[in-house]
Design a protein around this ligand. Structure first.
Ligand code: SAH
Ligand code: SF4
Ligand code: F3S
Length: 458
């Protein structure tokens, strides 16, 4: 077997794509390894969302180059591929900055990897990018069946984004919105569950804008798709991410009250609490609209909890605008959040806006916001103390005799148990809340795990 190392950066979609790349390369004799030393092939599946993320790639490439040269001295070749959103955004500039890279391939063309690898093996540099304005036949048609094998799996249902928020590169790196068909998604979901998945997270850059072809010839929305997938026996939990507040339609909100398998946790990024900044960001809604969506969801599903993304220091953000963000966070009360300093991205409108905010101010604001978010997360976790929660166990803990799982709210929970509970949905009483993780005691061990024969906690 040849050694293949794939490293994913960025969002869950990249993690999903990396899995598909591994499946695509397996028939060529590649087996995945945990690091790049001695690898016959290395794929960096990159992210372009912020400058830091993109720049990281070049330092990583520098290190990998040394290994490639070391191998060359002993007569062995290493193929280096740059995939993902940096590849799509920078194209063959990557060959100029890092001439030792063999393949550049984008998010819409990685299904061609086996072909590109064959070409690269003949010592050629291959540009496997496609023009996003003229997308080819869906890459999904060319992807192998999922192998799965994990308790919790991702399933891409929608890709690309038509929203064009003024700070964001995604519409340029992933292209226009595209929804896979319902039967295609259903088939993949069935396969994943057959192979052991009990939780499926439906992925899309703007996942609640989903509008795929249904089996009846009609266009189905996300609510309808979720209800359909929920009928898969053995599937216990459904999640979806990432949603735009504008596309939280009433049918989807109602599904949160009606569909038991849909987890009471929603990542609903708002980015800012200031109407002025939301407008400049082209988010197409104001803060009150967002509050109403949250309110409706809470009315429909009282035990629902939320997370969000925030950007601080967007061009023109005043102290008052930032205060509006803090106030919104206080009002909503999040279970967790991600927050970032605004990073100007080449080619996006916000990068050319006047009144860019100095880095010191961005850092100060980020710190204040992150303290508030951490405080809310701590409170949320503490509110789980002494509660009985259903935990889906999927891995070993840090210490011997510990196993780990996830709550409905995506909290990591560990309990002491010598037994292998992978794939078991067990009832746990929470006895400790610290930082971002919880600990508890097993109360009921749940039904016998029908998947133990294929999977052990590793
Ligand atoms: N589709 C999702 C988010 C995709 S990117 C949505 O609509 O919310 C993930 C997060 O990265 C965004 O929510 C945003 O908070 C952050 N982000 C995107 N571009 C950024 C930039 N230029 N600078 C800082 N953060 C950014
Ligand atoms: Fe980017 Fe999300 Fe806005 Fe689309 S909706 S442009 S992915 S932040
Ligand atoms: Fe990054 Fe591309 Fe995802 S830019 S966040 S890897 S869509």
């Amino acid at each position: 077997m040849k050694k293949l190392f794939i490293k994913s950066y960025g969002c869950q979609m990249n993690v999903y794509d990396s899995g598909k790349m591994a499946d695509l390369l397996a028939p060529l004799g590649f087996a995945e390894a945990l690091d790049y030393s001695d690898s016959d092939m290395v794929v960096l599946n990159t992210c372009h969302i912020r400058e830091k993320a993109a720049e990281k790639i070049y330092s990583e490439l520098g290190r990998i180059r040394q290994e490639k040269e070391r191998m060359k001295k002993s007569g062995r070749e290493m193929i280096i591929a740059v995939a993902g959103c940096v590849a799509q955004a920078e194209g063959h500039e990557i060959f100029a900055r890092a001439p030792f890279v063999d393949i550049v391939v984008g998010p819409q063309s990685y299904h061609r990897l086996p072909d590109l690898v064959k070409k690269a093996a003949n010592g050629k540099r291959v540009n496997g990018l496609i023009d996003l304005e003229f997308p080819e036949i869906s890459k999904f048609d060319s992807l192998p069946e999922p192998k799965g094998g994990n308790v919790s799996e991702f399933l891409s249902i929608q890709e690309g984004c038509d929203q064009f928020c003024t700070f964001c590169v995604v519409p340029y790196t992933r292209g226009a919105e595209y929804s896979r068909s319902v039967p295609e998604i259903h088939r993949e979901g069935l396969k994943l569950v057959e192979n052991g998945a009990m939780e499926i997270t439906l992925l899309g850059q703007n996942v609640n804008a989903y509008h795929g072809a249904g089996p009846d010839g009609e266009v189905w929305n996300l609510a309808k798709l979720i209800k359909h997938l929920a009928k898969i026996p053995g599937l216990k939990r459904i999640r979806y991410t990432t949603s735009h507040p504008l596309d939280m339609d009433d049918e989807l909100i109602a599904a949160h009250g009606a569909e038991e398998k849909l987890m009471p946790f929603l990542h609903l990024p708002v980015q800012s609490g200031s109407d002025k900044i939301l407008k400049a960001m082209n988010r197409k809604h104001d803060a009150d609209y967002y509050r109403k969506v949250i309110e409706k969801l809470r009315r429909t599903r009282p035990d629902i909890a939320f997370s969000s993304d925030f950007i601080v220091g967007f061009p023109g953000e005043s102290d008052a605008d930032f205060l509006a963000t803090l106030n919104l966070v206080k009002e909503v009360g999040y279970a967790q959040c991600y927050s970032f300093k605004y990073s100007p991205r080449p080619g996006t409108p916000a990068a050319d806006m006047d009144s860019q905010i100095p880095d010191e101010i961005k850092s100060e604001r980020l710190q204040v916001l992150q303290e508030l978010i951490a405080e809310q997360q701590r409170k949320f976790n503490e509110s789980c103390l002494a509660q009985e929660m259903e935990i889906l166990f999927d891995r070993k803990g840090k210490y011997a005799g510990q196993i780990m799982g996830k709550s409905a709210y995506m909290q990591s929970v560990h309990v002491n148990s010598a037994e292998d509970y992978a794939g078991r949905l067990a009832l746990v009483k929470i006895t400790m809340a610290r930082g971002s993780s919880l600990a508890g005691k097993m109360i009921e061990t749940g039904e016998e795990n029908r998947y133990n024969h294929i999977r052990k906690i590793v």
